[in-house]
Design a protein around this ligand. Sequence first.
Ligand code: PGA
Ligand code: ZN
Length: 432
Amino acid sequence: MSNITSIQAREVLDSRGFPTIEVEVSTQGVTGRAIVPSGASTGEGEALELRDGDSKRYLGKGVLKALNNVREKIAPAILNKNFSTSSDLDRTLCDLDGTPNKSQLGANAILGVSMAFLRAQALAQGVSTDRLLATQLGTTGSILPVPLMNILNGGKHADNGLSIQEFMIVPLGFNTFSEALRAGVEVFHHLKKILHDKGLSTGVGDEGGFAPVFQGSHPHHQALQVVTQAISQAGYRAGADIYIALDAAASEFSENRNTYYFEKNRLSSNEMTAVYAQWLKEFPIISIEDGLAEHDWEGWVDLTNELGNQCQIVGDDLFVTHPDFLKKGISMKAANAILIKLNQIGTITETLETIEIASQAGYNKIISHRSGETEDTFIADLAVGTNSGQIKTGSASRTDRIAKYNQLLRLEEKLGTQAEYAGTSLFKRFLK
Ligand code: PGA
Ligand code: ZN
């Protein structure tokens, strides 16, 4: 039983220089702290991120209302009360909010408390956060995730005219996480040199990947070419050691549910799928996230049917980490993997429930950051504690991204000989 003795909340800044909420929860003489991240290419079905809308402060992005909700609504309901587990607390928070999308209190207010409480519980029990999660879930908590490293940014995370939001590298053919990470980082540095030699910008986007402006009518093809070239120049085999993953975030360049504006053309879902099919022939792509828009369910079914045996088809905006959307996808056979973002749903308990549903259905799971991040490394602990096997936490620059990789290195070291690298095992069904 954990008696909550104090709750503090404050406004701090995220990696884009916008306010976000930090919460501290104290129980049994210890204090857990957490900071909530924030997305840019958000799904419509996400839980509500409460912002002040007061244009005189932080361009309307202040979070004082969410702070007030923690102080004046959440704190009185949970202070000096006992909660045996975090699901106990999370259920209380959901009931207190009473809406399906947490619009009463704000998902940012609720998630801050949920995460800080779990951390406090771990401290009170004298275990690390990943260990507490592993114990609660009955996992070994020993699988280090494959990093999907976003080394070339586009879409809403850069202003370089690329529609596809993320070009990631996936170091699969390695025995340990640290070796895989090193390979990914080396590719990042080689990509920088390639771009520099071509006279292209090496400035970075929101997730720490480069954001060059490619001239010509097929900039995405050029992006895929330089990424593939960087893998080879770093001394790795593209399509054996290291693969490519894309996050199209296609809702951002679609209209009317199933029309896509891509490289100056107006494409149907099937035509957009054909673009991916062609790229799969030319490049070592192993994963495509949000290849189609979030309301284009029929298109998703066709996309999965057509390409789902060759690569991971990931639903992010499509599922918004919500059990109901995921169940719909499973029954329709839309996608074969899910992106997991805590703040899309708003509590740890619901996040774990979604992960469990995905596991039962044989869907791959990728624990993910948001484009607006902080020094908080909770997702690294979540990835290991749940044995999810994959993590998406940006490129090899920007401390908001690196902080998660560094935490994973610590966890790998702590696990010692117990540590396993997920590697190719999760992708076997896609590899020829
Ligand atoms: P977001 O981007 O955090 O801006 O939503 C990440 C993603 O789409 O995966
Ligand atoms: Zn995404």
